[in-house]
Design a binder for this molecule. Structure first.
Ligand SMILES: CC(C)(COP(=O)(O)OP(=O)(O)OC[C@H]1O[C@@H](n2cnc3c(N)ncnc32)[C@H](O)[C@@H]1OP(=O)(O)O)[C@@H](O)C(=O)NCCC(=O)NCCS
Length: 166
């Protein structure tokens, strides 16, 4: 059962390099999970697909929303039984929106955001927001100001460490 010691131990067995306070929800599909490196304080919501032949790294504090696909291999165009592998790197504190797909060879810079349902085909700069298919830059995230206030139209809920909006 999620939240039990047995569940957490099993997740650390499957993802042997996973850091402390990281939480992976089920259902999860991870092909070659030994090729997935997960830092600390990472959240992976339900329905994630990790195709990790090329290697997947998810750095500290990253948040992966529901039904995200992280794919690190293609099939050779002539010999389809041959897969061609390129690593996917997801930086610190990256937030990937629900249903996004990250394609082989992509590096997402620290603090970047990927919009829901985006298909990320190219590297994403740190501190930027990309969205769409193919994903394009929509915003640069400015440095946080001490006096920053929330948008008054948004309801704000403080989440626990193991949650990404559920
Ligand atoms: C990426 C995101 C954070 C951007 O939010 P925002 O900064 O408020 O962006 P805006 O709503 O101002 O949109 C800016 C532009 O990008 C477009 N855009 C925003 N999100 C998009 C998306 N996911 N796909 C395609 N285009 C998108 C908007 O249509 C708008 O285009 P326009 O300038 O032509 O009108 C948000 O749209 C999003 O996708 N959030 C993910 C939510 C989610 O998955 N939550 C799960 C819980 S963890």
């Amino acid at each position: 059962m999620p939240g039990t010691t047995e569940y957490n131990e099993l997740m650390h067995e499957i993802f042997s390099s996973m850091g402390e306070n990281s939480h992976i929800s089920t259902p999860i599909t991870a092909v070659r999970p030994h090729n997935v490196k997960i830092g600390k304080n990472v959240i992976v919501m339900p329905g994630c697909l990790m195709m990790s032949a090329g290697g997947i790294t998810i750095d500290d504090g990253a948040m992966i929303a529901a039904n995200v696909q992280i794919i690190s291999n293609n099939h050779d165009l002539y010999e389809r039984q041959v897969i061609t592998c390129k690593p996917v790197n997801i930086g610190k504190n990256v937030w990937i929106g629900a249903g996004a797909t990250i394609l082989p060879g992509v590096t997402i810079g620290d603090n970047a955001v990927v919009g829901a349902a985006s298909v990320v085909t190219k590297d994403v700069e740190a501190n930027t927001i990309v969205a769409g298919n193919p994903a394009k830059l929509i915003k640069v995230i400015p440095p946080k100001l001490e006096s920053r206030s929330q948008n008054i139209n948004d309801e704000v809920i403080q989440l626990g460490l193991d949650s990404c909006g559920d």
